[in-house]
Design a protein around this ligand. Structure first.
Ligand SMILES: C[S@@+](CC[C@H](N)C(=O)[O-])C[C@H]1O[C@@H](n2cnc3c(N)ncnc32)[C@H](O)[C@@H]1O
Length: 203
C-alpha cells in the first residue's frame, strides 16, 4: 500500500525535508537531533533505518521520542534518546554523520551559551559530517535589542538572534564549508528563521 506524503513525513520541518530530498540526510546514517522536542523531524528518519540519537532538556519530550522509536520497532536502545543539555552532551567526539539542531539555538541565554552549544554540536560531528541548524535571526526584519544579542520579538519572547555577519564569521571560525547560502524565511510581523548548513572538512 502506498503511504501518503503526510503518513511518511508527518510534520517534519520543510527545511529538514529539503536536506532529505538532496540526499544530505539518508538511510543508514548515524544522526543526532539536538533539542529534538517531541520528534517531529525524527519519525521518517526512524522508519528509514537511520541510526538515530536524540537529546533534549525536556524529560517528557525524550520519553515521547523513546516511545515513538519503540512503536516503530526500530530496535534502537532507549539510551540513544537522552535527557540533557546541548552545551554539555554525553556523546563522544566525532560520533555522528549528521547533527540536526532545529529551532533551538535562539533559546541561548547569551553569546557564551550560544557558543557553548555550537561548540558541542561541532565536537560530536565526524569529519565530513553535516551540521544543519535552523535558528532565529534578524536577517530581513528589525527587532528591539534588549541586551547583547537578545532581542524582543513581537509576541513578547526574548530570543538570541544572529545576523548574516555573525553566521559567516562563525563558519570561518569553525573552518567549515557552507553547504548552502544562508536561507531565511520571514514570518510576517513575527520572526525570521535562517537555515545554516555546514560541512566539517575531512582531516
Ligand atoms: C521549539 S522546540 C524544537 C523541537 C524540534 N527540534 C523541532 O524542530 O520540532 C525547542 C526544543 O529545544 C529544547 N532545548 C532548548 N534549549 C535546550 C538546551 N540548551 N539543551 C537541550 N535542549 C534544549 C527544548 O526543550 C525544546 O524541546
Amino acid at each position: 500500500m502506498t503511504r501518503s506524503l503526510q503518513e511518511q513525513f508527518g510534520p517534519i520541518d520543510i527545511y529538514v525535508f529539503d536536506q532529505l530530498l538532496r540526499g544530505n540526510l539518508s538511510p543508514g546514517m548515524r544522526i543526532l537531533e539536538a533539542g529534538c522536542g517531541y520528534g517531529r523531524n525524527l519519525a521518517y528518519l526512524l522508519r528509514a533505518g537511520c541510526e538515530i540519537f536524540a537529546l533534549d532538556a525536556d524529560t517528557a519530550a525524550i520519553e515521547h521520542v523513546r516511545q515513538l522509536s519503540a512503536s516503530l520497532q526500530t530496535g534502537l536502545p532507549p539510551q540513544n534518546f537522552q535527557v540533557g543539555v546541548i552545551e554539555q552532551m554525553p556523546f563522544p567526539d566525532a560520533s555522528f554523520d549528521a547533527v540536526i539542531c532545529s529551532a533551538v539555538l535562539h533559546f541561548a541565554r547569551d553569546e557564551d551559551h550560544f557558543r557553548a552549544m555550537l561548540s558541542e554540536l561541532w565536537r560530536v560531528l565526524r569529519p565530513g559530517g553535516l551540521l544543519f541548524c535552523r535558528l532565529g535571526s534578524r536577517i530581513g526584519m528589525d527587532f528591539q535589542r534588549l541586551q547583547g544579542n537578545i532581542f524582543l520579538l513581537p509576541d513578547g519572547s526574548r530570543w538570541f538572534l544572529v545576523d548574516e555577519e555573525m553566521l559567516l564569521d562563525l563558519t570561518e571560525e569553525l573552518d567549515a564549508v557552507l553547504v548552502d547560502p544562508l536561507k531565511t524565511t520571514i514570518v510576517q510581523d513575527h520572526r525570521c528563521m535562517t537555515t545554516w548548513v555546514l560541512r566539517k572538512r575531512n582531516g
